[in-house]
Design a protein around this ligand. Structure first.
Ligand SMILES: [Zn+2]
Length: 218
């Protein structure tokens, strides 16, 4: 057994390195390695590199890579989605979250033109929109009156106090002609929800008008 061939030893080396050989084979290889420099070199080289069969190597690494890629894409997709949602929420809040502008005599002035049209002059810096009604026939204290309701809204982007996104250099007030206003008896300013007095009957006209400011009466 002493003159066992180097080729046989080298065939056994991978198993020897992986320590999956029997004790007999192990001592056989040990003995040979002590005397044969050639096989010892072969063994040292094999020991230094992790022995993974070629076919396993491929699938193992591609699986790891695939898994990592999937994780990476999920992570990227997740953070892009989160960023988009936060951005959209912020954008909506700044541009669309509308708050009624409270009435003050300095900000608003109602003017009756020569032909009887009512014009609301607004002296504030900028606003996001206006809510107005056509003349409404309303019975108050047994008396039928024609009234117009109106209010202005601002957002963070359109606000007299934080007017950082646009700078209005308006000459004169913002003028708004009230629709069919020649026949109107009174104009009220304030946040209103017509559905609550018409469709849903949750409020009476008296209750609604009490929350508003009478800004003009014929
Ligand atoms: Zn040898």
């Amino acid at each position: 057994m002493k003159d066992i061939k180097c080729t046989v030893i080298q065939d056994l080396l991978p198993l020897y390195v992986d320590e999956v050989v029997s004790d007999d084979t192990k001592s056989l290889v040990n003995e040979h390695l002590l005397t044969c420099e050639n096989c010892r070199n072969e063994y040292e080289q094999m020991k230094g590199t992790l022995y993974v069969p070629i076919e396993n190597k491929d699938t193992l690494f591609s699986q790891l890579k695939k898994r990592w890629n999937r994780k990476k894409w999920l992570l990227i997709f997740g953070s892009v989605l989160t960023t988009t949602l936060i951005g959209f929420a912020l954008f909506s809040f700044i541009f669309y979250y509308a708050k009624p502008i409270p009435y003050t005599a300095e900000l608003f002035e109602l003017e009756e033109t020569a032909d009887g049209t009512l014009v609301l002059n607004y002296f504030g810096e900028s606003h996001a929109g206006t809510y107005t009604t056509h003349p409404l026939e309303v019975e108050i204290d047994g008396e039928v009156k024609k009234i117009s309701l109106i209010y202005y809204v601002k957002t963070i982007a359109h606000s007299p106090t934080s007017n950082f996104l646009r700078e209005d250099k308006r000459i004169g007030p913002d003028r708004l002609e009230l629709v069919d206003s020649e026949t109107v008896d009174a104009v009220y300013y304030g946040d209103f929800d017509l559905d609550k007095v018409t469709k849903e009957k949750e409020q009476t006209w008296e209750e609604l008008l009490q929350q508003m400011t009478l800004i003009w009466e014929r």
